[in-house]
Design a protein around this ligand. Structure first.
Ligand code: FAD
Length: 339
């Protein structure tokens, strides 16, 4: 059997979202021979199904809300397929125009996008599509997050936010479970496009990580836009097929609560996207929450989405430094060096 081709670098950064691009640029500018690998297109979630498409959709939603006054003057409507074409154009343009891509090339970073998931073979080697191998002394993991999939019966009947963007027409009705930034944005966009939206939180309020006054104002704004906001729904028990499409059943304090819609979007937070990396091959054990419990030596990883990995305990300290941690004394010395 032929030996797989292999390239050798000082640093390999995995994931070309905002975090990976900056990490690769920094490594190369510090003089490291650097490669940037990405499973998908350059730009990560930000360009693909996060802020860039959502801003385009939100802009269209604002225009639609404005256009509601149009019958007084004439007529105006939004074509959903045309809107999706516009989203594709904008995301493509953002990827092409990214100044950082030119910076990376100028700094000599070897950029390899859409190469499929990279996975560790051992602590110094990763492999991507076609059996191509890269070796490095240090790896920086910037693989971002994936939507949290709730372990509930019938969860396969639901979709994540990115599938909501990909629909070919706005559904007649939509349940959105989860009321942080993503859930609220999905709800307000589809409500403006004519979908009957129910936004649901198991807790007592929406946007529970924001100031209370902000949450109250946004809640009122969503209701004024025709969205039914259900808080304190109680724990979700299951999803089933229902008369409109999907039925969600919650155990509310007042008894079972059922909500029906054509589509159910679950926006229940994020988990680190590490499943395809085969981190165990690099001798890495994942910790559930680095803020509460430090992960075991030798590798130290955070699970908030952006991760760092390097070989050996000394290198692990370097890796932590890359994430901006370190003792106050270390941070002071670093700040003094920068000055
Ligand atoms: C709807 C929405 C709106 C948002 N709005 C904002 C906003 O207004 N402002 C803001 O700051 N943030 C916003 N965010 C959050 C923002 O998108 C993320 O914080 C950001 O994209 C995280 O960047 P990242 O580089 O860590 O990861 P990502 O952008 O997720 O990139 C991860 C990269 O890793 C790659 N990858 C994963 N696994 C592998 C593997 N095994 N091998 C190779 N490559 C791999 C992926 O292909 C991807 O390119 C929003 C998110 C959403 C969903």
């Amino acid at each position: 059997m032929a030996t797989p081709a292999s390239d050798s670098f000082d640093v390999v950064v995995i994931g070309a979202g905002p975090a990976g691009v900056i990490a690769a640029l920094r490594a190369a500018r510090l003089g490291a021979r650097t490669a940037l690998l990405s499973r998908d297109k350059f730009g990560g979630m930000a360009a693909g199904d996060g802020p860039v498409p959502v801003r385009t959709l939100a802009h269209a939603a604002r225009l639609v809300r404005e256009a509601r006054q149009m019958p007084r003057y004439g007529d105006a409507s939004v074509s959903y397929p045309a809107l999706l074409d516009r989203v594709r154009d904008v995301t493509g343009e953002v990827r092409r125009q990214s100044l950082l891509r030119a910076d990376l090339e100028q700094a000599g970073v070897s950029v390899r996008e859409q190469v499929g998931p990279a996975r560790f073979i051992d602590e110094a080697t990763v492999e991507h599509d076609g059996g191509h191998r890269l070796t490095a002394g240090r790896f920086v993991l910037c693989t971002g997050g994936a939507p949290r999939r709730l372990p509930l019966p019938g969860i396969e009947l639901t979709v994540p936010h990115s599938a909501a963007w990909a629909m070919t027409s706005p559904p007649a009705s939509m349940l959105v479970l989860g009321t942080r930034a993503t859930g609220v944005q999905v709800a307000s966009i589809f409500a403006a496009l004519g979908t009957r939206v129910t936004l649901v939180d198991v807790g007592p309020r929406i946007l529970h990580t924001e100031d209370h006054a902000v949450a109250v104002a946004v809640h009122a704004g969503l209701e004024a836009a025709g969205i039914e906001v259900v808080v304190d729904s109680g724990p979700v028990e299951r999803f089933d097929k229902g008369p409109e499409g999907v039925r969600m059943t919650c155990r509310s304090p007042a008894g079972p609560l059922t909500l029906d819609a054509a589509v159910a979007v679950v926006a229940a937070g994020w988990v680190a996207d590490t499943h395809s990396l085969a981190l165990d091959q690099a001798g890495v054990e994942l910790a559930v929450s680095p803020r509460r419990r430090p992960p075991p030596a030798p590798a130290r990883l955070g699970l908030s989405g952006t991760l760092g990995l390097s070989r050996g305990s000394r290198r692990s300290r370097r890796s932590r430094r890359c994430r901006g941690s370190g003792s106050p004394a270390v941070r002071r010395r670093r700040a003094a060096r920068r000055r």
